[in-house]
Design a binder for this molecule. Structure first.
Ligand SMILES: [Zn+2]
Length: 494
C-alpha cells in the first residue's frame, strides 16, 4: 500500500503531461533549474516519509529494518564521490516492487524479497534503486514537470494518501487516480525513463560487484521477473515493471556488461549473509495467516530429517509462536540454541517465546546472556526492556534505557519504551517528554510539539527539573516546526 505515494505522485505527474505543455518548460540547458536543491528534496522526502512511517504496512520490525539498511549501506559504501545519505525500508505488500523517492528513501516490498532466490538478486534490485537516487532521477523528473504542476500535484497526492488511510472510499479515489494516468502518458514517461533505467543498471552493477555480490544476480532476477510476467504468472503486471520499464534489450545490456568483466567475476568471492535467509524466513512467517505459515514451513521441512536448513526451522518456530503454540515453538527452536555462535535472531525469538509463556526469569536470563554476546543487536535491547517492564521491573528498565539513549541518541524506539515505563511510574511530564523525543526522531515535529505542550500543562506529578527541560525543548522544537512549515509552504506541499 505504501508504494502508492510514489506511484501516485509519478502517475499524477504523468497525467499532467498535457497541461505541463502549457506551462513554461524548464530550460534544459541549465542544469540547476532542472533539479531540485538538496534542501527542497529533503523537504519533499520528509513530508512523504511522515505519511509512510505511520502506514500500517510500513515494517518497523528491527531485524527486518536493520537487515535492509545494512544491505543498502554495504552497497552505498561502494559508491564513488561524496557520501550521500540514503535510508531503506520494507513495506508489507505481496506485489513485486521496489522504489526510490526524492530525498533518498528506498522502499522494498516483502513480495519482492520473497521472490528473490539469492542475496545477490535482492542486492541487484536495491543497487539499481540506489543508482536512481545517485543519478537524481526522481528529483530531475519532478523538477522537469514545471514547478506549478508538481507542487500542487504533490499536495494532491498527499491529500489522497491521507483520505485513503482514513476511509475505504479513499482507497477507491487513489486507485482511480492511478488508473487515470493512462497508457498514453505512461508511454511518454517510458521514453523518458529508459535512459534512466540504463544509467541505474550501470551504477547498480558497479556497486554490486564492488560490494562483493554476484553481478549476475541483477540479470537473473530481472530476467525471471520478465518471463514470469510474460507467462502471466503474476496477478496483473507487477508494479515494478510499470515503474521500471524492463525489456529484453535492457537485460541483454546488463549481461553484456557482466560478460566484459567475466574474469573478475570468476575470481571474485561472493559473500552472501545468513541474515538474508533469516529475514526471508521471518517475512514468510509473518505473511498470510499463522496456520498457512506453519503449513508452508512444515512442507519445506518434510523429509529433511538430518539436514534441516536453519532458516526453515527458525521460520517454523516463528510461525508457531505467531499462532500462540508456545510449547511447540520452543521445542522447534531449541536445537538452534545449542553450540557456539548462536545467531542473535534465534536468541531473540527464544526470549520472546519465554516471555509469551510468562516465564519472566528465564526470558530475562536469555536476554542478558544474549546482550553480553551481541550488545548492539537492537531487537534484543527492545525485547529485554519489554520483558523487564512486563515483569514489573520498571526501574531497572528505566536505568537501562537511560544508559542506552546516551549511546544511541537517535533511536526512536528507546524513547517509546522510556515513555511507557514513565507512564507506569506515573511520571507524566517525563512520559510526554520521552514520547516527544520519539516523534521527533520519527520525523513528526508537529506530534512532538503536541506532546511537549501536554507535558508543560501537567500540574500533578511533575518536578521542576523535568518541567524546565520540557519547556526549553518545546521552544526549540517549535522553531524547527515553523521552519519546516515555511519550507513546505514554499513548495506548496504543506
Ligand atoms: Zn529503475
Amino acid at each position: 500500500m505504501i508504494a502508492r505515494p510514489l506511484l501516485l505522485a509519478l502517475s499524477l505527474c504523468m497525467a499532467t503531461a498535457p497541461c505541463g505543455a502549457q506551462a513554461p518548460l524548464p530550460d534544459l540547458g541549465d542544469i540547476s533549474s532542472a533539479t531540485l536543491s538538496e534542501q527542497q528534496e529533503k523537504t519533499i522526502g520528509n513530508r512523504i516519509m511522515r505519511e509512510v512511517r505511520v502506514d500500517k504496512d510500513y515494517i518497523d520490525d528491527p531485524e527486518i529494518f536493520d537487515y535492509i539498511n545494512s544491505l543498502g549501506q554495504r552497497l552505498l559504501a561502494a559508491a564513488d564521490g561524496p557520501r550521500q545519505s540514503i535510508d531503506f525500508f520494507v513495506v508489507r505488500d505481496d506485489t513485486i516492487n521496489a522504489f526510490a523517492m526524492v530525498g533518498g528513501h528506498i522502499g522494498v516490498h516483502t513480495g519482492l524479497i520473497l521472490l528473490t532466490q539469492s542475496e545477490s538478486e535482492l542486492a541487484g534490485v536495491v543497487a539499481h534503486e540506489i543508482g536512481h537516487v545517485l543519478q537524481k532521477h526522481q528529483a530531475r523528473f519532478i523538477a522537469g514537470q514545471s514547478r506549478a504542476s508538481w507542487t500542487s500535484l504533490a499536495a494532491l497526492a498527499l491529500a489522497l494518501i491521507a483520505s485513503r488511510s482514513n476511509s475505504s472510499q479513499g482507497a477507491q479515489v487513489t486507485e482511480a487516480a492511478v488508473a487515470s494516468a493512462g497508457a498514453l502518458q505512461m508511454q511518454t514517461a517510458i521514453d523518458y525513463t529508459r535512459e534512466h533505467e540504463r544509467e541505474a543498471d550501470r551504477v547498480g552493477l558497479t556497486l554490486l560487484e564492488r560490494a562483493g555480490f554476484d553481478p549476475r544476480g541483477m540479470a537473473s532476477f530481472f530476467d525471471r521477473m520478465l518471463k514470469a510476467n510474460r507467462l502471466n504468472e503474476f496477478k496483473g503486471a507487477p508494479s515494478y515493471l510499470r515503474t521500471h520499464p524492463l525489456t529484453t534489450e535492457r537485460i541483454a545490456d546488463i549481461q553484456d556488461r557482466i560478460e566484459h568483466g567475466r574474469e573478475t567475476i570468476l575470481s571474485m568471492r561472493v559473500s552472501e549473509t545468513t541474515e538474508y535467509r533469516l529475514v526471508r524466513a521471518r517475512i514468510r512467517a509473518m505473511s498470510g495467516s499463522p496456520t498457512e505459515a506453519i503449513k508452508y514451513f512444515r512442507a519445506q521441512l518434510e523429509d529433511k530429517t538430518i539436514l534441516r536448513p536453519r532458516e526453515e526451522v527458525y521460520g517454523l518456530a516463528l510461525s508457531l509462536q505467531r499462532n500462540r503454540e508456545f510449547d511447540a515453538a520452543w521445542s522447534t527452536l531449541e536445537p538452534l540454541l545449542k553450540g557456539p555462535n548462536v545467531h542473535p535472531a534465534f536468541l531473540n525469538l527464544a526470549g520472546h517465546i519465554k516471555s509469551d509463556m510468562r516465564r519472566d526469569d528465564e526470558a530475562l536470563e536469555i536476554y542478558r546472556t544474549a546482550l553480553n554476546a551481541h550488545p548492539g543487536y537492537r531487537a534484543l535491547v527492545y525485547g529485554y526492556n519489554e520483558e523487564l517492564q512486563q515483569a514489573g521491573r520498571t526501574r531497572e528498565s528505566l536505568a537501562d534505557l537511560e544508559d542506552r539513549t546516551r549511546g544511541n541518541p537517535d533511536d526512536a524506539r528507546l524513547y517509546e519504551l522510556q515513555a511507557r515505563a514513565m507512564e507506569a511510574t506515573g511520571r507524566r511530564v517525563a512520559q510526554h517528554r520521552a514520547q516527544a523525543e520519539a516523534y521527533y526522531r520519527r520525523g513528526n515535529l508537529a506530534a512532538a510539539v503536541d506532546q511537549l505542550e501536554i507535558a508543560t500543562k501537567q500540574v500533578r506529578g511533575s518536578d521542576f527539573y523535568d518541567m524546565s527541560i520540557a519547556e526549553s525543548r518545546l521552544r526549540e522544537l517549535r522553531i524547527l516546526l515553523e521552519n519546516e512549515r515555511a519550507a513546505e509552504k514554499a513548495l506548496k506541499i504543506s
